[in-house]
Design a protein around this ligand. Sequence first.
Ligand SMILES: [Zn+2]
Length: 188
Amino acid sequence: MAEKPQPVRVLYCGVCGLPAEYCEFGPDFEKCKPWLIQNAPDLYPDLLKEAGAKDADKVSDQLQSASISGAGSSKPKEEEVKRLPGGKIKKKEKQEVVIEKMTRNKRKCITTVKGLELFGVKLSDASKKLGKKFATGASVTKGPTEKEQIDVQGDIFYDIVEFITDTWPDVPESAIFFIEDGKKVPAV
Ligand SMILES: [Zn+2]
């Protein structure tokens, strides 16, 4: 007598429909994240850290008590989230420039700049200007979600805000953010 085979349980993402462990390779990981935090936190432990930084008010209570400390509840909501029928979440894209410093191979530092295109800036043009200003290499690349971003060689954190607001006056200082230790913080 053969035992009845156990069905393999696959958790499908409620946003993109892929098996949840493949969301990060899917078309819109950013949109999957809130769902994953709620439904598959084990698969993406890093998301919890991110959630502490920017989505604290949307994460379920259990997560908050488990791992988030110091995230003030008086923080204003950063993104408008609409819940559509069927549990899909539609996020309005916020106009902001996000700058992150990354170290590759432990030595090489790269500063990524995301979101300039939301202010009508042509990225190829911005990449050239940044490279020239900081006398370094800069290029337009695709990030993990296939969105274009600018990679600038070196650490240019401390001059970049002024350069951006001087060069592209449509970008207000208040819309510029840094990612520091995985947290999004206003640049000024
Ligand atoms: Zn997904």
